[in-house]
Ligand binder design. Structure first.
Ligand code: THU
Length: 131
C-alpha cells in the first residue's frame, strides 16, 4: 500500500464533527514503517489536533524520530497545505528535502518538500549565542 493510500484510509477515521473536514496523514519512518494520523476535533475548538500531528505522535510512540516521506489528503478543491504548526512539527523530524505529497480525494496531487513548506524555519541554531 502506498503512503497516500494509507493516508486515504485513515482519513475515514477522522473525528471532525465541527468542521466536517476530514484529513488523513501518513508518514514513513526511516525504518520504512508507515504511521497514520487523522484530525481529532474537540468541542473546545483549540484542543483539536491535526492529522499530521497524529501521524507524528504514532511514529514517536513506536520509537522512531526520523521521517523520510509524508502524505496528506482531504476532500478539498485543491491539495490541502499543512497548517503552520504542522509544518514546524514535520520539520522537527524530517530533513528539508523530505518529499511531501498533498492530495485531494478527487485525485489532484501536489508534490512539495518540508523545506519548501517551511523556509527559514526556527531550529536549534537560533538558540545558541556566540560568546
Ligand atoms: N487540519 C488537519 O488535520 N491538517 C491540515 O493540514 C489542515 C487542517 C484539520 C484541523 C481541523 O480539524 C480541520 O482540519 C479544519 O481546520
Amino acid at each position: 500500500m502506498s503512503l497516500l493510500d494509507a493516508a486515504r484510509d485513515v482519513r475515514e477515521a477522522a473525528y471532525a464533527p465541527y468542521s466536517k473536514f476530514k484529513v488523513g496523514a501518513a508518514v514513513r519512518g526511516a525504518s520504512g514503517a508507515v504511521y497514520r494520523g487523522c484530525n481529532v476535533e474537540n468541542v473546545a475548538y483549540p484542543e483539536g489536533t491535526c492529522a499530521e500531528a497524529g501521524a507524528i505522535a504514532a511514529m514517536v510512540a513506536a520509537g522512531e524520530t526520523r521521517l523520510v516521506e509524508v502524505a496528506v489528503i482531504a476532500d478539498s478543491p485543491a491539495p490541502v497545505p499543512p497548517c503552520g504548526g504542522c509544518r514546524q512539527k514535520l520539520a522537527e523530524f524530517g530533513a528539508a528535502e523530505v518529499p511531501v505529497t498533498l492530495a485531494t480525494t478527487a485525485g489532484v496531487l501536489q508534490q512539495t518538500t518540508i523545506g519548501d513548506l517551511l523556509p527559514g524555519r526556527f531550529d536549534l541554531s537560533h538558540m545558541s549565542r556566540a560568546e
